[in-house]
Design a protein around this ligand. Structure first.
Ligand SMILES: Cc1ncc(COP(=O)(O)O)c(C=O)c1O
Length: 370
């Protein structure tokens, strides 16, 4: 179905720019396997986040999570804590790595994983291998220091899925990408920072990043012998070239996205609407709003579709999905996840969105208040 206002509108380099990059790649005769574009893009992405992190590209965020699990989760413990209110990739990476997800709830206000519940589980269970924290919707969790303390108290690795958050900030002066054992980003075409398919693993631990570079190249060490059981998850030169071009324009695009979110918030300002804590410092992949009632949410979703607006209902909680529901621990309360998921609407955000479109969308939602 063709919408009048699409949910996302990726901005890619022009065909002339891509042709120029491709010519360089052909001249260098180096198409993949950590070529000059990839090396430069890994380095510049790390610098974009902070002067004290290391980074490696990877084929996508899902494989980035798998690589971190392979490097960090050791021993016989089977379960990995992660919020049910996230995208399926994390749970799938956990299962494909031979562990099991243990779903936890989110906090009603921040929509971020519930730290008190995590602490209780860690206190009571002896079977937790690690934590896959998610920066929900790419928004930096302002409780991040408490999470680091918790992980350290129980000696558990803290892997952070920050998929949409390349460019988000935890606090005014600190970008997402600097915390936990490592953070993983997606650079999928649908993300604010898009290169097609691609991901990035970032850490203060240089050795971890080196190991993940080996892991994604069949586990080969410098002598091209298998040093660990890895896989093939490298990023191609052409995607890295796109990434280098995207970096140049990204700050400006982020400003546009944040201005759009601000306008949505101004137009939906009553107690019938709540937005996520710290979303103003995020990359704003879309604008998510929780409505006061399920009836209003259902009416607004229907009205938006009829008005030609493509909105989404992120996330479909993992614990409610048939194939994943078998991992639910009935003792763990997931009430806030269900509350938020049944009332949320994710609204379109583009790099340079017309204010009139935002006003139109907000009016459709307000006109269907119940
Ligand atoms: C929270 C989260 N994690 C992981 C992913 C997977 O990213 P990729 O498509 O780069 O594997 C996504 C993609 O939307 C996501 O939203």
């Amino acid at each position: 179905m063709k919408y009048k206002i699409s949910f996302i509108k990726p901005n890619f380099p022009s065909s002339d720019e891509i042709v120029a990059d491709y010519s360089e790649i052909v001249s260098s005769n180096w198409f993949t396997n950590f070529g000059p574009k990839e090396q430069s893009f890994s380095k510049k992405s790390a610098q974009f986040i902070s002067s004290d992190v290391y980074a490696t590209t990877i084929a996508n965020c899902t494989l980035g999570i798998e690589s971190a699990i392979a490097e960090l989760l050791k021993g016989d413990r089977k379960k990995v804590l992660l919020p049910s209110f996230t995208f399926a990739a994390g749970a799938e990476a956990i299962l494909r790595s031979g562990f099991e997800p243990l779903f936890i709830d989110v906090d009603r206000k921040s929509w971020q994983p519930n730290i008190e519940q995590a602490e209780q589980i860690l206190t009571e269970s002896d079977d937790i291998a690690g934590i896959l924290l998610c920066n929900v919707f790419g928004v930096g969790n302002t409780n991040i220091t408490e999470w680091e303390k918790l992980a350290s108290k129980f000696a558990k690795p803290l892997i952070i899925d920050s998929a949409a958050g390349f460019g988000s900030k935890y606090f005014d002066e600190e970008k997402v990408g600097t915390r936990g054992d490592c953070e993983i980003f997606s650079m999928h075409a649908t993300k604010p920072f898009a290169i097609g398919e691609g991901g990035l693993v970032v850490s203060k631990n240089e050795k971890l990043i080196r190991r993940i570079r080996e892991w994604q190249n069949f586990g080969f060490g410098t002598n091209r012998q298998v040093q660990q059981i890895g896989t093939n998850a490298k990023l191609q030169e052409i995607n890295a070239a796109i990434g280098l071009r995207q970096l140049d324009k990204f700050d400006e695009r982020l400003k546009g996205r944040r201005a759009t979110l601000k306008l949505y918030k101004q137009l939906l300002k009553t107690d019938k609407y709540s937005f996520q804590q710290n979303d103003e410092n995020s990359t704003v992949p879309f604008a998510s709003v929780v409505l006061a009632s399920q009836d209003h949410a259902a009416a607004a979703r229907k009205a938006l579709a009829e008005a030609g607006v493509e909105a989404r209902q992120y996330y479909e909680p993992l614990h409610l999905q048939a194939l994943l529901s078998r991992y639910v621990d009935p003792a763990v309360n997931l009430e806030a996840t269900e509350f938020i998921a049944s009332r949320i609407i994710s609204l379109p955000v583009h790099d340079n969105m017309d204010e009139k479109d935002v006003q139109y969308i907000a009016k459709v939602i307000r006109d269907h208040e119940v």
